[in-house]
Design a protein around this ligand. Sequence first.
Ligand code: ASP
Length: 600
Amino acid sequence: MHPYGSMRSHGAGTLRADHTDATVTLAGWVSRRRDHGGVAFLDLRDASGTCQVVADPSASAALAAAHEVRPEWVLQIHGTVRRRPEGMENPSLATGEVEVAASSVTVLSPAETPPFPLEGGVEADETLRVRHRYLDLRRETPAHGLRLRAQITSLIRRVMESHGFIDVETPMLTRSTPEGARDFLVPTRAGDGVAYALPQSPQLFKQLLMVAGVERYYQLARCFRDEDLRADRQPEFTQLDVEASFIDEEDLYALFEELFATLWREILDVELATPFPRLSYDEAMRRFGTDKPDTRFGLELVDLAAVFADTEVGVFRGALDAGGVVVAVTLPGGAALTRKQLDDWVDWAKGRRAKGLAWGAVEDGEDGPTLRSPLTKFMSAAEVDALLRATGAGVGDLIFFGAGPATFTRELMGALRVALAQDRGLIGPGSPAEGRWDFLWVTDWPLFEWNPDEARWDPLHHPFTAPREQDLPHLTDDPGAVAARGYDLVLNGTELGGGSIRIHHPGVQQQVFDVLGITPEEAQEKFGFLLRGLAHGAPPHGGIAFGLDRMVMLMAGVASIRDVIAFPKLARGYDPMTDAPARVDDAQLREVGLRRLPPQ
Ligand code: ASP
């Protein structure tokens, strides 16, 4: 195929000073038009970039046509490349040294006036942009997002295939996969009351591919989860989905450290330090109050149980006596916060269902540092001393205290840590963290978490994750103490992906189902196909999945995954372009055995 298609000789964005005097044929969109009567300037844009075209009376038909055209019309231009007159060069444009003197201008398609400006970096309303996404994608930033995404997926394929992984497609029309979200159902004419589920992930299929002897599988898999669309989720999204046999955690860590190092080197020109650091889930929770720590800044949580073991500070006493924790976050220089600022942080905590947020400012006293705090009158001098030693806080610093149930309090203080970092400019645009890429494996997850509302154990990941060998006996006597062979990869405080070594013995799988309250009959009914597969010679295997959209978003440096998806959905899964989801008519419903309920 001709590099630019047979209707063109060159890409508009490829012309340079060495093309001077070449006759060229270009085709593309008018991005801007300046008509001075005697001469008309058109900026012509195609996928390769933009070039200035000039029509003047030396080619009167071309000039007449140029008078007619409007932004976003599609044109074909014949002409000659020439240097721009001195002083008229545009250094911000790759083609800025040259222009094309048009000998003819042909209109291939006129266009309506765009409903929002495509040039000039004006941010139009997102609903309007997504409604006309075909126009939005003509803009540089979203167009770049798509190209970058394609470059990333191509590199992913190269690295995966260099390690013998093969791309296998798994079904879209299938049964429920338990990943903890709601399924999208696809009713069908096949029978009464039956429906397919769209896959939340290819989990069970990739495990069965291991039983099948594929050994190394990958897929850029579309997954579907009918979740409340919190901040940055899409009901359908893409994962780099991977599974391999006869491997352990170390094999996967090494593979993905290589993959990410390659992506960062080839796309961002950044050399990542490998191996990536590792942190156990417990340590992540203790030091950062989250399972996805952002390690680009300090402000780590400090446990104060030892400092306040004999305390008379009521809230601390109460929390510790109830088996909870007292945790501090120290803000350097924070003693200068005004009363109003401190009250705002207390309100911030209350907004997260905390009862309050205690604080203490370290000040210069007569015999060394003292604590100015509503709690000071209950605190002994020895406690203040021990507190300053434990936190490392010095004069001018502020200590925030959280006290209460362990997980809630740690998560609260972890969120406070991040909010303080944002507020103080430790992360975000222009911060010292800019340009830092802190990758981190989080390991040694618990297999189960207690769900107090339903009074049952839930899997922390999914029910196919292998327990650590030495913890197998605890499946029956102490499920909460069983560690999983699971891992997550975190980047700058965002979860990039996660996975695990899987259970490959049907017996262990049933034991895990037992803990989760899934009876053998239910297990057969829901996952019989997996259990039958496992019984036919399953190799030890494991895998992982990474959110591709988020990965591209972080690499592109944009704020939302919607910016790196060709046709994204907005709040509540709404697509303003196709107007989906749309009402289906009664006849269609009847065909698949459904009837509309009367409105409530
Ligand atoms: N299926 C998992 C997920 O989608 C990933 C994995 O365990 O490989 O989160």
